[in-house]
Design a protein around this ligand. Structure first.
Ligand code: MSP
Length: 475
C-alpha cells in the first residue's frame, strides 16, 4: 500500500475568535500537509481541523453575547472556518463537535469503553477550572489558590460523575511509549509524559452532571459527556463512515504543549480500552509570547492573523510566524521583528532575487534561457536538507534552508556580477542561478503557496523566462 499521512490540528474552542497562537499551530500543520501532498500525492494525505463546541465556555460566551446557543455556535464556527480560508489553510475536512456524525461516534466509542468495564460511577469532590475545562489539583494552584493559566479561582464541585479507569492503563502506556520512542515528539515532551505516567495515574471523570450543554451520556442521559472525552474523539469520528476511514492508521496529531496530557495519556488509554488503533505520532509545539509577555485579552496584546495577512499577505503571515522559533520550542513574537523579517527576507530577499534574475535574463538575452537538464539539481543538498527537516517536523529549519539558499543566490549575483562576464561565463553563472530558482520555487510550493504562482510565471517556459514581477511589495 502506498504511504499515507493524516494530519490534525487541535479543534479550537469557539468562545473567542482565532489569534496568531491558533494560526501558528494551524499554519504549521498546513505547511507539513503541503509538503506531504507534494511528495506522496494529494490523494494520500488528509488534513483535519475544526471546532470544539460542547463546552461550558461556549455556553457562557453565548449567554454573554445575548444569542441562543445554536445561533452563537454557527456564527463562531463560521468565523473560525472563514479565517482559515482567508489565510490559506487547505484543510480537507472541518469538523464541529456539535455535528450528528460526531455524536454518533462518541456514543459508539463510549459504549466500547463501557463494555470493557472501564467506566464506573462515583462522587467527585474537587476543583474545576472552566478556562481549562479540567479538574485541577490543589498542588497545581498558584499562591492565591487560582488556576495558574487562567488566573481565576476554580469552582468547587461535588457531583456524581462517571469515571474512566485510566489507572488501569498505566503499565500498558509505559510499555507502548518505550517500544515506540518516535511516537511523541520532541524528546523533551516525551520525557515529561513518561515521568507523569510513572508518577501514578488516577482515574478521570468523564461526565458532568451539572453541564448545561453537550452530548448526553449514553448510559445515563442526565449526565453530559465531559468535553475533553468528546473532543478527543473528533480525530477518529471525522473519518468514520466516509471513504477516508483508512486514514486513521496514519494519524498524526499536532498540538500545543498545553494539551499534552489529554493527547498523550488520556487519549491513547481511551483508544486502548476501546480496542482502536493508536495514532502514529503526536507532536507538541511550544507557546509564544508577544514582546516577552503572554498574549491575553486583558493585556490587550492579542494579535489577529487577519490583521497581519491584510497588511503583509498570507505567505508573509505563514513564514513570519513559523520562522520566529523552532517548532517544538517556546519563543517570542514581535511586530517589529515580523516587519523586519518581511523587509529583509521576503521583500529584500526572495522578491529581490527573483526580480533581479529575471530582469537580467531580459537585459542580457532578451529573456531567452540557457538549456537546463530537467533532472538537474542545484547541488549542495538544499532540497535534501529541506525535505529532511520537514519529515522531522522541523519547520523553522526548513524555512532557514530556503532563506539560506536565497541569500546564497543574492551573494552570487553581487560577487560574480554576471553582466560583467564574457558571454559563456555569464551563461554558466545565470544557468546556475536559474537552476537554484527552480529549486526555490519547488520549496515555495510548500512554504509560500500564494507567491509560488507568480514565481512559476516568472520562470516562464522551456524557451524564455516570463516577465519580472513584484513578489512582496515594499511596505
Ligand atoms: N479545544 C481544545 C483542544 C481540543 S483538541 C481535541 C483547546 N482549544 S484552544 O482553542 O484553547 O486551542 C488550543 C491550541 O491553540 C493549543 O494547543 C495551541 O496549539 C494553540 N495556541 C493557543 N495559544 C497559543 C500561543 N500563545 N502560542 C502557540 N500556540 C497557541 O485547547
Amino acid at each position: 500500500m502506498s504511504q499515507e499521512v493524516y494530519l490534525t490540528t487541535p479543534i479550537y474552542y469557539v468562545n473567542d475568535v482565532p489569534h496568531i497562537g491558533h494560526a501558528y499551530c494551524t499554519l504549521a500543520t498546513d505547511t507539513l500537509v503541503r509538503y506531504w501532498r507534494k511528495k506522496i500525492g494529494k490523494e494520500n494525505v488528509f488534513f483535519l481541523t475544526g471546532t470544539d463546541e460542547n463546552s461550558q465556555k461556549t455556553v457562557d460566551a453565548a449567554k454573554a453575547s445575548g444569542k441562543d446557543i445554536p445561533e452563537y455556535l454557527d456564527e463562531m464556527a463560521g468565523i473560525w472556518k472563514s479565517t482559515w480560508d482567508q489565510i490559506g489553510v487547505s484543510y480537507d475536512d472541518f469538523i464541529r463537535t456539535t455535528e450528528k456524525r460526531h455524536w454518533g461516534v462518541v456514543n459508539e466509542v463510549f459504549k466500547k469503553i463501557h463494555g470493557k468495564g472501564d467506566i464506573y460511577k462515583d462522587t467527585y469532590v474537587g476543583k474545576y477550572c472552566t478556562g481549562c475545562e479540567a479538574f485541577i489539583k490543589d498542588s497545581e494552584l498558584d499562591e492565591h489558590g487560582y488556576c495558574p493559566h487562567h488566573k481565576r479561582p476554580p469552582q468547587l464541585l461535588e457531583e456524581e460523575n462517571y469515571f474512566f479507569r485510566l489507572s488501569k492503563y498505566q503499565d500498558e502506556l509505559i510499555k507502548w511509549y518505550k517500544n515506540q520512542p518516535e511516537q511523541l515528539m520532541p524528546d523533551s515532551r516525551r520525557n515529561e509524559v513518561m515521568s507523569f505516567i510513572k508518577s501514578g495515574l488516577e482515574d478521570v471523570s468523564i461526565s458532568r452532571e451539572t453541564a448545561e450543554f453537550g452530548i448526553p451520556l449514553p448510559i445515563d442521559p442526565k449526565h453530559k459527556v465531559y468535553v475533553w472525552f468528546d473532543a478527543l474523539i473528533n480525530y477518529y469520528s471525522a473519518l468514520q463512515g466516509t471513504k477516508y476511514e483508512h486514514f486513521w492508521e496514519s494519524a498524526q496529531h499536532i498540538i500545543g504543549k498545553d494539551i499534552i496530557r489529554f493527547h498523550c495519556v488520556i487519549w491513547p488509554a481511551m483508544l486502548m480500552s476501546a480496542g482502536i488503533e493508536l495514532p502514529k505520532n503526536v507532536f507538541a509545539h511550544g507557546f509564544f509570547t508577544i514582546d516577552g509577555v503572554k498574549m491575553s485579552k486583558s493585556l490587550g496584546n492579542v494579535i489577529s492573523p487577519l490583521e497581519l495577512s491584510e497588511k503583509y499577505g498570507n505567505d508573509a503571515l505563514r513564514v513570519g510566524l513559523l520562522s520566529s522559533f523552532e517548532f517544538g520550542n517556546d519563543g517570542d513574537f514581535s511586530l517589529a521583528h515580523f516587519d523586519d523579517f518581511y523587509r529583509t527576507k521576503l521583500s529584500g530577499g526572495v522578491g529581490n532575487l527573483f526580480n533581479r534574475v529575471i530582469t537580467l535574463f531580459h537585459k542580457l538575452w532578451d529573456g531567452k534561457k540557457p538549456y537546463i537538464e530537467k533532472s538537474q539539481k542545484s547541488g549542495e543538498g538544499w532540497e535534501e536538507r529541506f525535505s529532511q527537516a520537514l519529515e522531522k517536523k522541523r519547520v523553522k529549519e526548513a524555512l532557514d534552508v530556503f532563506f539560506e539558499m536565497v541569500d546564497a543566490c543574492n551573494r552570487h549575483i553581487n560577487d560574480v556580477q554576471p553582466w560583467k562576464l564574457d558571454p559563456p561565463d555569464a551563461r554558466a553563472s545565470m544557468n546556475k542561478l536559474l537552476t537554484m530558482l527552480v529549486t526555490l520555487t519547488d520549496m515555495a510550493e510548500v512554504i509560500l503557496p500564494e507567491s509560488v504562482v507568480k514565481m512559476r510565471k516568472m520562470l516562464g517556459d522551456d524557451e524564455k523566462v516570463g516577465d519580472a514581477e513584484i513578489l512582496f511589495e515594499r511596505k
